[in-house]
Design a protein around this ligand. Structure first.
Ligand SMILES: *Cc1c(COP(=O)(O)O)cnc(C)c1O
Length: 424
């Protein structure tokens, strides 16, 4: 992020954000292609000393252009629904590099995965048995990993901790070996790997070491029982620095340094060579996007409110997770921060707060704010609540601009709705 001194405008991905807002309207998501490529390549470099694959978690950002960039960089994908599988197919991510996750997959989803030879991360014994039946019906083997609940506790918001004993995901650590033994006996099931994912926005990589130790203990137990694996998938979850002054986010290199010694020790002592898979979402796309929004009103009430045209319809993280996002005034970037503002959205809910008590330059109606680090769980969690069509998305690369999602119109709000004949 740099500024251009003469105009005091925010420059992002080489483009003047104020000009983009004038040309394409607001609210507006803007993604910097270079940032995505750099973030992805940092993973490749960090894990280059082992046979590995990087599966992007599509739920973080399902935009086809962004998936296409990642496909070109060599990414595989972690998908959580038939819909996300459709997205990665449309973007050209090879199906042999996709893992179908989820704690509640429908029979149709399982069938599609087996038909397409997409590997499935099995979340329960119930699902394992269903999958065996589905494989029989389809006449192909179901390639599986089992999702382990490793019972580790990352220090993150409970809504995004997924490896706790009490979490809905995975099969309890203590039941894993028995589940694999059952899987080995079931017809139509081909064991390929083992999988865990312990949470999201993790800032302390120590918990990865703990999870890896548990997972490699299981791997050893499986080989001792004659069950061999092609891959060990340790999930995603690496955090990013939303609050620049307070949080130092670990890098993919820090992650690799936590995981690899444990991984290598076990594979060496067992004389085995499974592929290591990691599934980053947020740390690839999170820092790569901003959300640009126009100020509709400034009001001095109990607080000094700045009302913008983007709310939790377009960015739910502050409301859902109490998440912090940095906010800058895109057309007054260098002006002194002299006022204490609370930035709120246009949604008819008093909880629709984007940023609480922030020092910003003095603003007026028509000024533009940019909300930073919104590339993960931003647009992908958006809605049409309050009759608000979703906004447009741009991709910028060294100043070049492409529209990668057009702005919805009010017609899109009623697209699938039907007024019954008798009510006409
Ligand atoms: C969400 C998810 C990820 C990605 O998590 P991030 O925090 O975005 O890196 C990876 N694997 C699985 C199974 C997930 O559900």
């Amino acid at each position: 992020m740099v500024t251009r001194a003469e105009t005091d405008h925010l420059i992002f991905g080489g483009a003047d954000v104020v000009e983009l807002a004038e040309r394409y309207g607001t609210p507006l998501y803007i993604t910097d292609e270079r940032s995505i490529r750099t973030n992805f390549r940092n993973y490749k470099t960090a894990f280059q000393s082992v046979d590995h694959a990087i599966y992007f978690a599509v739920k973080a950002n399902g935009n086809l252009a962004i998936l296409r960039i990642l496909a070109a960089e060599g990414a595989g994908a972690d998908v959580f629904s038939g819909g996300e599988l459709h997205l990665v197919r449309s973007a050209g991510i090879p199906l042999h590099k996709v893992l179908f996750n989820g704690n509640s997959k429908s029979e149709e989803e399982l069938k599609e995965a087996v038909e397409l030879k997409v590997q499935v991360s099995v979340d329960s014994l119930d699902e394992l048995r269903t999958l065996s039946e589905v494989a029989g019906e389809v006449g192909k083997e179901a390639e599986i990993a089992i999702r382990v609940n490793p019972d580790v506790s990352p220090n993150v918001n409970p809504k995004i901790a997924t490896g706790l004993r009490t979490s809905k995901f995975g099969i309890p650590y203590s039941e894993i070996l028995a589940t694999y033994e059952e899987a080995a006996k079931l017809p139509g099931i081909a064991i390929k790997g083992i999988h865990c994912h312990i949470g999201s926005q993790i800032l302390d990589v120590g918990v990865y070491r703990e999870a890896t130790e548990k997972m490699m203990g299981l791997v050893k137990g499986l080989y001792d029982r004659g069950i061999e694996l092609e891959f060990v998938d340790l999930g995603g979850g690496l955090g990013i620095s939303y609050q620049k002054e307070k949080e130092r986010a670990p890098t993919p290199k820090d992650l690799a340094e936590a995981i690899l010694p444990v991984f290598k020790t076990t594979t060496k002592s067992q004389g085995i060579t499974p592929k290591l898979i990691v599934e980053p979402g947020r740390s690839i796309v999170g820092p790569a996007s901003i959300l640009v929004s126009k100020i509709n009103a400034v009001k001095k009430a109990f607080k000094h409110f700045v009302a913008i045209d983007a709310g939790f319809n377009l960015l739910i993280r502050p409301v859902m997770y109490d998440a912090y996002h940095e906010v800058v005034v895109a057309n007054k970037l260098e002006a002194p921060a002299s006022e204490l503002y609370t930035v709120v959205g246009p949604i008819c809910e008093s909880g629709d707060i984007i940023a609480k008590d922030r020092m910003l330059p003095e603003v007026k109606r028509g000024d533009l704010v940019a909300i930073l680090d919104v590339g993960a769980y931003g647009f992908s969690m958006s809605s049409q609540y309050n009759g608000r069509p979703r906004c447009a998305e741009l991709l910028v690369c060294d100043g070049a601009v492409d529209v990668i999602r057009s702005r919805e119109r009010v017609e899109d709000l009623i697209r699938n709705q039907v007024i019954p004949e008798r009510l006409r």
